[in-house]
Design a protein around this ligand. Structure first.
Ligand code: AQP
Length: 347
């Protein structure tokens, strides 16, 4: 279980520890999303603080998309959250668009964040590619909406994968500038929680590239809906070098593919890399891969089975999301009203 502690930046303020995070409903969930985010959301749910977990559907439309796919992906992501162990009685589970304060606060933050800050965001550069002129304004402004997602809850802790660190730093900058510009101590300075052995799960075909749901190669990732045979096959075919596994964790330094498989093993087994190396160090990949496949199947198959069961009753999923949005709005509406008041909006 992850412990949420107050950090020095929150000491002496009115902020109670509160956790927020979200995932885009774009395509299927990957093992990267599971180990880097969802599994840790579940851990934090029992940390004794309020937890808000979101399907960020407004972020999902920053790239070209299909409405039917978005509807399906939103419900499938909700099913993934539930199947992995998120409990709607403990955490608020909802889709972002149904809590309008996210988008409303994002507008305020568009007027706080500076163009220069957003120009430095590596995710925009990666996703916009060479043709930046053709990227949507939404893709460029993505990080200000993400800052609003977090700060509209006065969230203090944000469990994310390593790739989101820069966006959380921007969120901290926005909170600091807002507080400074308006002479208030209104928004907390949230902390990213990037923990565990698998904070950056890499592609199974290229150990230097992040495992991603939008990678054109399905063999590059494990999808949370993959069946047992597919998981085993993808791990068997994962790219590796010809050497045996090292007997010390240091020996993984220049071996990205070996390091990735060890990190995945550690993440799934809830062990440290040192513990895993003590267990499997010196093994050939031909022996290690079946062991990893067995572990992956034992952890992921029950989640896939439960996701499929939940997807048979999407009305029940929608009901859970509606209740989650109501719970979320009880927190976001007063925070937005106070923000408007600070900014000078007459109500
Ligand atoms: N490979 C990964 N390793 C560890 N954590 C990861 N996350 C995503 N990929 C990995 C974490 O999952 C959360 C939600 O991510 P997202 O789907 O909202 O956006 P993303 O980071 O852009 O994920 P993808 O799979 O790469 O999506 P596409 O392909 O659409 O861009 C975040 O906490 C993220 O860190």
């Amino acid at each position: 279980m992850t412990e949420v502690v107050q950090t020095p930046s929150q000491l002496g303020t009115q902020f109670v520890p509160r956790v927020f995070s979200g995932i885009q409903p774009t395509g299927g969930l990957t093992l990267g999303n599971y180990l880097g985010a969802i599994k840790r959301f579940v851990d934090m749910q029992s940390s004794g603080v309020e937890t808000f977990y979101c399907m960020v559907d407004l972020h999902a439309i920053t790239m070209p998309q299909n409405p039917d796919d978005l509807r399906r992906a939103t419900r499938e992501l909700a099913a993934g959250y539930l199947a992995a162990g998120l409990d709607p009685a403990q955490s608020a589970l909802f889709n972002q668009s149904q809590v309008p304060e996210h988008a409303q606060l994002a507008w305020i933050f568009n007027c706080v964040a500076r163009m220069g800050w957003l120009n430095r965001m590596t995710q925009f550069k990666d996703k916009a590619g060479k043709n930046r002129e053709a990227a949507s304004v939404g893709l460029f402004a993505y990080p200000t909406l993400m800052a609003a997602d977090i700060l509209v809850y006065h969230a203090t802790h944000v469990p994310v994968g390593e790739d989101q660190k820069q966006h959380i730093e921007l969120t901290r900058d926005i909170a600091t500038k807002f507080n400074h510009d308006y002479g208030v101590d209104f928004f907390p300075i949230p902390e990213p929680v990037i923990e565990g052995a698998a904070t950056r799960v890499m592609s199974l075909r290229d150990g230097t590239k992040k495992m991603s749901k939008s990678d054109p190669s399905d063999a590059s990732r494990i999808n949370m809906t993959d069946d047992t045979d597919t998981i085993a096959k993808k791990i068997r075919k994962a790219k590796t070098d010809p050497d045996a596994l090292p007997s010390e964790a240091d020996g993984l330094a220049d071996r990205p593919e070996a390091r990735n498989l060890i990190n995945i093993y550690a993440g799934l087994a809830d062990k440290s890399v040192d513990e895993v190396i003590a267990e499997v160090g010196g093994m050939e990949f031909s022996a290690f891969k079946p062991q990893l496949a067995e572990l992956a199947v034992s952890k992921l198959s029950p989640i896939a089975t439960e996701m499929a069961r939940l997807m048979e009753d999407t009305a029940e999923i929608d009901k859970i999301l509606r209740a989650g949005a109501e719970k979320a709005r009880a927190v976001t509406a007063p925070i937005l009203a106070q923000t408007y008041d600070i900014v000078g909006m007459v109500s």
